[in-house]
Design a binder for this molecule. Sequence first.
Ligand code: 26W
Length: 828
Amino acid sequence: AWKDNMRDVDKDVPAITKSFVSHVQTSLARQPYNLDTLGAYQAAALSVRDNLLVNWNETALQYTRRAPKRAYYLSLEFLMGRTLDNALLNLDLKQPYAQATQKLGFNIEDILEKERDAALGNGGLGRLAACYLDSSASQELPVWGYGLRYKYGIFQQLISPEGNQLEAPDPWLDNQNPWELPRLDVAYEVRFYGNAERVRDENGNTTDRAQWTGGQEVLAVAYDVMIPGSYTRTTNNLRLWESKPKRGFDLNSFNAGNYEGAVESSNSAAAITSVLYPNDSTGFGKELRLKQQYFWTAASLADILRRFKNIGKPIQEFPDYVAVQLNDTHPTLAIPELMRILLDDEELPWDAAWQIVTNTFFYTNHTVLPEALEKWPVPLMEHLLPRHMQIIYDINLFFLQSVEKKFPGDRDRLGRMSLIEEGFPKQVRMAFLACIGSRKVNGVAELHSELVKTTILKDFVEFEGVSKFGNVTNGITPRRWLDQCNPELSALISSTLKVDKSVWLKDLYQLEKLLPYAEDAAFREKWAAIKQRNKERLAHHVETTLGLTINTHAMFDVQIKRLHEYKRQTLNILGVIHRYLTLKNMSKEEREKVNPRVVFFAGKAAPAYYIAKLTIRLIVNVARIINADADTKDLLSLYFLPDYSVSLAEVLIPASDISQHISTAGTEASGTSNMKFCLNGGLLLGTVDGANIEIAEEVGESNVFFFGHLTPAVEDLRYQHTYHPVPIEEKCPALAHVLNQVSAGLFGDAEVYEPLLNTIRQGDHYLLSDDFDSYIAALAMVDEAYLDRTEWVKKSIRTSAKMGKFSSDRAINEYAESYWNIEAQHIS
Ligand code: 26W
């Protein structure tokens, strides 16, 4: 049936060839006969974009006509990766485009490789937003994304010869971006600084209203990115804002001969959307970051409000037509901003305004790590956003009055729950503001959502009732993370299930039907052969990009994610060293029984995160030594692949036999790459944390490798480290030995690693010494299991077959039904 809906999409090869050649000649002003592959990419992209635009316009038109309730996903990060392959697959145009370009002398895979990643995100939170956009369009839901059009995405990571991470800018727009449409006609003015003057009533008393004037005004200009659904006409929109000076120059300063001053205002306006902040988990207090947050929320809300007003309904009905999802606390200023609009522009009374606000917003929390909870200094807020600071004080006043009413005289509680944290300076607690300003709050996996309720928002659960707090376990789009990145496996699944992929890719629970095939030797052989070819594809990629040769007959063991102490890449590398030392001590005969292993790491460290950068340096230098050791190199080798990205993940994930998700229990909110590995038949080695737990629930504990202390033990263990420390030699001799070898300079630079090693020797906040022995034991179980290849492949099939729950389609439908109350709109 979906095919009928695609009638505007031209699938015949001659028509595609014509459109391609026409773009070569007229859009690129080049000749088809001396076109390079980059030119072929650009022409193919522009031709596919023509198809998308037709559907995108039709979708927008039908939404406008029907005026359904819509949802808006506000995220400072959208880690989209490449678009062409995804668009071709979602539109079912890959075959005809491959044929058309083949005839013109190009290989479609080479063309796809020419696209630069759109890397407007740091990691999990940004990639989740991208998966949710794919699922919203695929489920025909009226959902738009709102974000910033950064000129520079996440930095490019280089590794120096010593093993240090270096950062280079990512000018991703340099080759032009065919996937965006500048909307110079859609622009809003955004104010910063200035004065907020309370409006007085006829008796001279102050009111809830104010006038905000003066300061600096900048322009937000819209750029629209088309988001095609899978096997549907629905093509949604991701609207990204770019900042521009309101005037090119200030005439007054210009006439006064102050030329530099006149151009300066234009410089500072453009700076707002110039760069993505590369920190996840820390680093607020920067004025420019707060400016980004307000610029984006103000422009997005103005745009949403204008669209709502076109329906012609009274403002009280706003929440019946609009749901706004706050992706973490980054867009929390939307709450006081909507209050400002309703109070000062719409002149609503406070209670009516607050009623609208608290029925419009929904807040997703992505971390309980205390250092990652956003807090903004009050003096900075007062300076940059004087009117919003007033409103926040008013919200706080009314809120604390209601707390006092429910818990009379409980001063500690008032202090704990205040939106303003005492101190020098005072700070605004953004998670609390997001919580009280929202209809519902959710975490991103069962365990995490429980931790939100029992730790950071415990008082708020007691005050507002538990029903406001929920869980939506994260998901991943099976289009990109199976069909696109692992086409052979996708084809095997379709032929085995005897259903078109358009069916099972949108109903991922159908993978369960693969379960009986775990017992089918012929199927297992095909399954294993695909894994092998994916390992060779990765090896080929590493060979061509880094010039390194990889043993594809080894077990591929992968840990790829942002570098962070809580994610414990350090535990992994110390485990590798332990394995190396063990191998070195073995006799030749003993070594012959050992299964070869190749360990891959990839991931970026925040540029100012010293310990994370030291971990990279250690990994690189351990690799240098052990990859060159003739005694062991056939049995153990190690690679740090620089510049981790979405497109690199698409090569790494299908090639993994085992992947590691080994955070200290209770610290990883969910994790989403764990789902991607399992969907591609990789087994999971992990702690009892985040979504690992739900993955194990689905696939059965016998199919995952769990280790380590559980969340309830963590607090006590940390207490012991602080107040009753036991020397590491006593507590964990194996780990002590490894640390001593590093200290002794086995991997060079004896003194360089001391600060990293000392995080374990002193305090050990992430409990490496508590989990090391069980980690090593789990690694040994993995080795043991891999020896029985038949049983391993069975586990692999069973794992993939049980990933239905982790489709982002399931997740986005939960948001649509239980949070936003929006309905699918079929675009005919
Ligand atoms: C600079 C402030 C800051 C603070 C937190 C920036 C970014 C963050 C994010 C919340 C970090 C993040 O990406 N969290 C991850 O979100 C994923 C999607 O829900 C989860 O799967 C990961 O477990 C979580 O770490």
